[in-house]
Design a protein around this ligand. Structure first.
Ligand SMILES: O=C(O)c1ccccc1N[C@@H]1O[C@H](COP(=O)(O)O)[C@@H](O)[C@H]1O
Length: 209
């Protein structure tokens, strides 16, 4: 069975349409000022509307304050909130009580100890997204983690793989990890923040969509 595929960091109507028309099941909007993929709330709300009913929309936040989070959720009303910083289980549980969105937690997968530590999110996060450990930015850097860490791991929550995926390696990532969801951002760009429709098409094809 083909995995779900999320194309993250989309910032234009044209690339939203292309990703969805080519088969992406999820799209991601980044609301994090240091990112080259940052979209302001007005833009994000318009893009969210454009994707509504066609693909699941994830809003990516990184250690956003209470006010930033509530402003963003009120403006965008995403299907999913992807927390990509060092947000605590308590904060995620608070947000979960307040909004009907799915809660995803991204974690940098460094070693087997990470797989123990994520248990703190069980019952709170609806999905764990394994990514490379944070670099200068906490994500979107095109860095892979050691996929073999997931070999034989018994997952206690829904999960997915992100980090350094490209049209050339996504099939191998799926085969090695058995990921039910893959997530890509920089691997389908021609420059930081500039999505490339041909690369999106190649990624979706290589992922089996
Ligand atoms: O995309 C970003 O700019 C970003 C910024 C801050 C945190 C996460 C970000 N993106 C997410 O990072 C992973 C991996 O991205 P990549 O494929 O290696 O470029 C993915 O989940 C993005 O959604």
């Amino acid at each position: 069975m083909s995995p779900f595929v999320k194309i993250c960091g989309l910032s234009t109507p044209e690339t939203i349409d292309a990703a969805i028309d080519l088969g992406a099941t999820h799209i991601g909007l980044v609301h994090y000022a240091p990112s080259p993929r940052h979209v302001d709330l007005k833009t994000a709300a318009a893009l969210r509307q454009r994707a509504a009913g066609r693909a699941k929309v994830a809003l990516l936040l990184v250690n956003a304050s209470q006010k930033e989070t509530s402003d963003a959720l009120a403006a965008i009303r995403p299907d999913i909130i992807q927390f990509h910083g060092t947000e605590t289980p308590e904060w995620l549980a608070t947000v979960k009580r307040l909004v009907p969105a799915e809660i995803w937690k991204a974690v940098g997968l460094k070693d087997a100890g990470t797989l123990d530590r994520i248990e703190q999110y069980r019952g709170i996060a609806d999905r764990i997204l394994f990514d490379a450990p944070a670099q200068a930015l906490p994500g979107g850097t095109g860095t892979r983690f050691d996929w073999s860490l997931l070999k034989n791991h018994r997952h206690s929550m829904d999960w997915g793989v992100a980090g350094g995926l490209t049209p050339d390696n996504v099939a191998q990532a799926i085969a090695e990890t058995g990921a039910p969801l893959v997530d890509v951002s920089s691997g389908v760009e021609s420059a930081p923040g500039v999505k490339d429709v041909d690369k999106i098409a190649a990624f979706l094809k290589a992922a089996g969509l």
